[in-house]
Design a protein around this ligand. Sequence first.
Ligand code: FES
Ligand SMILES: [Fe+2]
Length: 561
Amino acid sequence: MAWQKVASLEALRAGEVLGVDVDGTAVALFRIDDEIHATDGICTHADAPLADGFVDGGTIECFLHQAVFDIRTGKVLSGPATESLRVYPVKVEGGNILIEFSDAQPASEAPAATAAVSAMTPPDAGARPVSNRAAHGEPESRDMATNGGPIISKQYIWPGNDLTVIPDWVYTDQHIYDREVEKIFHGRTWNYVALEAEVPNAGDFIRSNVGPTPVVVARAEDGSINVVENRCRHRAAEFCRELSGTVKEFVCPYHQWTYDLKGKLIGIPFRRGVAGKGGMPADFKPEDHGLRKLDVTTHRGVVFASYSSDMEPLADYLGPDVLREFEATFDGRKLTILGHYRHSLPGNWKLYHENLKDPYHATLLHTFLVTFGLIVAGARSLMLADASGRHGVMAAAKSDAKLVSSDAKKEMRAFKEGMTLREPRFMNFIEEFDSPWSVTMATIWPNLIVQREMNTLGIRQIVPTGPHEFIMKWTMFGFEGDDEEMTRHRLRQGNLMGPAGFLGLEDNEAIKFVQDGMQGVPDGEHLVKLDPATPYGTADNLISESAIRAMYKHWRQEMGV
Ligand code: FES
Ligand SMILES: [Fe+2]
């Protein structure tokens, strides 16, 4: 039994975890409700440091497979771990944390192994030291000069008390990205996967994604739309190889396991072996090995899927304001598919949402937009955020560029006096929607953008592939009843957007510039301070970042950051 000094008290901040090395053994220290606790530093499930995990109240969640432990007792609360963490007696003396190292006990036998901070706080502890990295909102790496040498411990600390400064690790950190997949894309969200018009008949399918996860959207004989993981239950092969098509059933190319259009396993070659030898075990039940299915909902021809089985109806998920804009575009007419394109973008997926919640850039970056009057500073516009903060709609009414004041033109650097179009029909706006807006961009959390840019209509589906890149999948559509000229008009106007669009091109570049800036000059943070009158939420003007702040209010809640 020996008390060992393991860290200074001031190195351990409230609500955080700190990893230390004690004679070659990893120990995790926690400061919860003014008590200090010490547990094993490595998850009992796999070899993952708990210092990289997430503290939530009195629990620690391992970043690797999400095992959750009670910090006070070490007991497993959920996840794949079965063995409790050992906890260590703790005391604080002279501003240092000491643990009784040889007496670590499994949770069942452990007394309350804590030390109250208040009684033993050193006189100067009020002035909490913050390293330069933490001051800049970086996940902090600390080198603890303990008995065992340097220990790296990452901590995710949001800078400041509000949402006006965003740390770069939100966009660049692999752990944060992995947690986004788990908590957001695979969490309580409705993810866009397809338009019904892409799978109009039984047997029709299209490949899609929920977050990075590949799925197949298929229409079964009974007319239902089914969304299943594109992963064979035998050896995990991504069995569906075509982007879209029509089939009677899905046959995995590797060993020909066969699934019906709802994902049920209906065929296993040589299931009984050959001549009484080999084959699957006698008790193997195909009904237990269907493809993993997601919950599905559709609204006005748009298909969403969720890993969560108790999602609220889509209308509640969107909220009344965003639903109204959604239904203005999807107005009940049957959709027709005009085409697809896709491209990768070298930036974090959230930057795309932010770009469309950032009306400030619109008149500064986009020459086309202001010169031809699509969005003009001072024109009627709205940057809507729903009550949760996760969805948004940027909306503007087309105005006559000739009416823009010369003062506004001076501010709008992108304005090019005298620039004209050789094809004037390009900017025609044929009124067809019950909406005061000629342009709306709806950002529907977490992976859908609905574009209604005058008469060009498109779906953009975000497929993240890591912190630094995402794929954008576009589906351009029109309506049944469009005549040939209207279809041509929609396609012509479609040149505004896309990988080389007159507008889209500049946004794509800007997103790359931001990611480059964060990667090239690490350890930073950046500002979203415009329009302080609205801390977060809907803005009634274009010079505002309040909708971005609203999104981060929601993101932080979901992520526990
Ligand atoms: S991996 Fe699909 S049948 Fe073997
Ligand atoms: Fe833009």
